[in-house]
Design a protein around this ligand. Structure first.
Ligand SMILES: Cc1cc2nc3c(=O)[nH]c(=O)nc-3n(C[C@H](O)[C@H](O)[C@H](O)COP(=O)(O)OP(=O)(O)OC[C@H]3O[C@@H](n4cnc5c(N)ncnc54)[C@H](O)[C@@H]3O)c2cc1C
Length: 597
């Protein structure tokens, strides 16, 4: 193998992903068409609050904050949404051009010693059962365990993978440019039946131009002539336009990859979703995709988790981008300049002066309200981990400071020293901590305090994956299912679960075979919720016996008492060896649990 993972594209998404993978010890390389990080054309102008938080979690937010301008940037259809009252350390956005964002991020990736193979294109790939051969434009190829296409909206990786890109056709096409004009234009914003147009003064005599084109459907790169024609169509003159320093065309096409994964090939960022730039959400969504995917891919590559963990990337991030597409489509509709739409827009603006809608839309656009669907439970479940002030034996600490290494964190708010995570010390950091303040979530306000003395919280390593996990809600995919992750669920929580007699749910198809006489399942013990659910379902089905397979013998020590509690008796069988999904031999110790009389 030339690398564990090859990332195609050193744009915002590819850089962030490569950094995350490297932090997790993965051998990652980037292939990039551009010779350097220079960007031609106009792209993102800033970051939303959640992206700043993500960078803060890696200890690099200050690098960006020191070069940009904090500002209230969230908005919907032209209505500014102030987030200064939100419970985050960054209740603002950051005005920072994409070229500067990429430069700073590339500096971080460089410090992490990620190789970038520049000035070559990925032209295709072939995947087989053990890896992917990636073909390059210079005639060479690279082999890796996994390939991730972060190669933008026209993604070669997506096309070569045969992944559909369904969505909405463009209805409007806009040119944005920095140019010189021979004549004075009409400064400011001008809306007409075609759409929005604007002229603004920039430094050095440059003029910022935005003009909606009469025709949609250009597929080539925009030219000065295209710009001139578009200006004439609107203003009757092109104001003597010349010497563009940047010229970009964008449309309101809204498309999303049908799947973010095809075997060993994954998509992230614009390769997975494109939409009109209104609301400034594209780069932000891509960076957050990368952070969701990074730790999962690392767990799989490092043999800690089965590759089914990668399916949770699509499950969690596809709905996020789908929601972004939806809100941008709605905003584009509201930009249309006719009296009907203007009336509708006025009503939306009015609605957004009311506290509840204002708060909800602000939380949506800033990315602070994203919640992954991990089933029912506490309002915090599946949401971002707040950056709490903690009191620890080593003094005061912020939660985000514990996440700089992108390593999972287990926060024990209960009795100090009570938890023993010896089998996982290589991959989980345990901190005994106290937090005195309230728990507040943007868009939700204060939520009931999650913690009682005997409970723990489990943070997945990354933003938005830091689902708060109460004992019985073992985080999806966080701990390797076949490696006995249940132990982290805490013995106490299991007792609680059993004694509360909670209604277990979630028996997924294929996980167990039920008959009146018994049930057999493998890999079951990796998730206490499912284990208990199966036992309860087995009891309802009058099953005579359940056989539970688990990889780590100690799990039995935890599971057995819980089963007794549920009325089952357990008998440990002798061990054998089997193959985990990650192709590493693991111990496999079945436990036979006869049903209660
Ligand atoms: C006018 C405009 C304004 C915008 N404003 C905002 C904003 O304010 N906020 C916001 O969040 N987003 C904004 N966006 C969107 C944002 O620019 C994109 O979402 C973002 O660039 C996506 O990052 P990416 O890394 O996924 O893809 P890209 O930035 O497209 O990066 C892809 C990389 O892959 C490389 N590449 C492509 N194909 C290959 C190949 N075959 N082989 C090797 N390398 C390859 C490219 O050279 C590039 O470096 C705006 C976009 C436009 C057009």
């Amino acid at each position: 193998m030339d690398a564990d993972v090859i990332v195609v594209g050193a744009g915002p998404t590819g850089l962030m992903l490569a950094g995350e993978l490297r932090l997790a010890g993965v051998d990652v390389a980037i292939v990039e068409r551009r010779a350097g990080q220079d960007l031609t054309g106009s792209r993102s102008r800033g970051l939303h609050s959640r992206t700043i938080e993500v960078l803060d979690q890696r200890g690099i937010a200050d690098r960006f904050l020191s070069e940009g301008q904090v500002a209230q940037v969230a908005g919907f259809a032209g209505t500014r949404l102030d987030i200064s009252g939100f419970p985050t350390r960054h209740p603002y956005g950051l005005a920072l051009l994409q070229k500067d964002f990429e430069r700073i991020l590339a500096g971080w990736v460089d410090e992490l010693h990620v190789p970038i193979h520049r000035e070559r294109d990925v032209t295709g790939f072939v995947q087989d059962a053990t890896g992917v051969d990636v073909q390059l434009s210079d005639g060479t190829s690279l082999r890796a365990d996994y390939l991730v296409g972060c190669d933008g909206g026209r993604s070669v990786v997506r096309k070569a993978a045969g992944i559909e890109f369904p969505g909405w056709e463009p209805t409007t096409s806009t040119l944005i440019a920095e140019v010189h004009l021979a004549e004075e234009p009409q400064w400011g914003v001008h809306d007409d039946a075609l759409g929005r147009h604007a002229f603004s003064k920039l430094e050095g005599g440059l003029v910022g131009v935005l003009v909606t084109e009469r025709h949609v459907g250009h597929t080539s790169e925009p030219t000065l002539r295209d710009l001139s024609e578009a200006l004439v169509a609107v203003w009757g003159t092109d104001y003597g336009v010349h010497s563009p320093t940047s010229l970009t065309r964008f449309t309101d096409m809204a498309r999303q990859a049908a799947t973010y994964r095809a075997g060993r090939v994954l998509l992230a960022g614009d390769a997975a979703h494109v939409h009109y730039p209104v609301g400034g959400q594209g780069l932000n969504t891509g960076v957050q995709d990368a952070v969701n995917l990074g730790w999962k891919l690392a767990q799989v590559v490092n043999g800690t988790s089965p590759d089914s963990l990668l399916d949770t990337y699509h499950a969690e991030r596809h709905p996020v981008a789908a929601r972004v597409l939806r809100n941008t489509i709605a905003q584009v509709a509201l930009l249309r300049a006719n009296d009907y739409v203007k009336t509708l827009g006025d009503i939306i603006t009015e609605l957004l002066t009311i506290e509840e809608p204002r708060r909800r839309f602000a939380a949506m656009i800033s990315g602070l309200d994203i919640r992954y669907d991990l089933g029912e439970g506490h309002p915090l479940l599946g949401r971002r981990m707040p950056d709490l002030d903690l009191v620890t034996a080593n003094g005061p600490l912020r939660v985000f400071a514990l996440l700089h290494q992108a390593k999972p964190v287990l926060l024990n708010f209960g009795e100090t020293g009570k938890l023993d995570i010896t089998p996982w010390t290589q991959r989980v950091q345990l901190f005994d901590a106290q937090h005195a303040g309230e728990w507040k979530l943007p868009g939700l306000g204060q939520v009931k305090h999650l913690l009682r003395g005997d409970e723990i919280d489990l943070c997945r390593p990354l933003p938005h994956q830091q689902d708060l996990v109460r004992g019985q809600h073992v985080s999806r995919g966080f701990l390797p299912e076949s490696h006995g992750g249940i132990e982290i669920g805490t013995r106490q929580a299991m007792f609680e679960f059993a004694s509360l007699g909670q209604k277990p749910k979630q028996i997924r198809p294929g996980e167990g075979r039920w008959t009146r006489h018994g049930c057999a399942s493998d890999g079951l013990a990796g998730n206490f919720g499912r284990a208990a659910a199966m036992l309860a379902a087995a009891r309802r089905a009058n099953a005579a016996m359940v056989i539970v397979g688990f990889a780590v013998p100690q799990v039995g020590n935890v599971l057995a008492p819980a089963m007794y509690r549920l009325g089952w008796s357990c008998e440990r069988q002798s061990g054998s060896t089997t193959e985990s999904a990650a192709s590493k031999p693991i111990r496999h110790v079945p436990m036979i649990c006869p049903a209660p009389e």
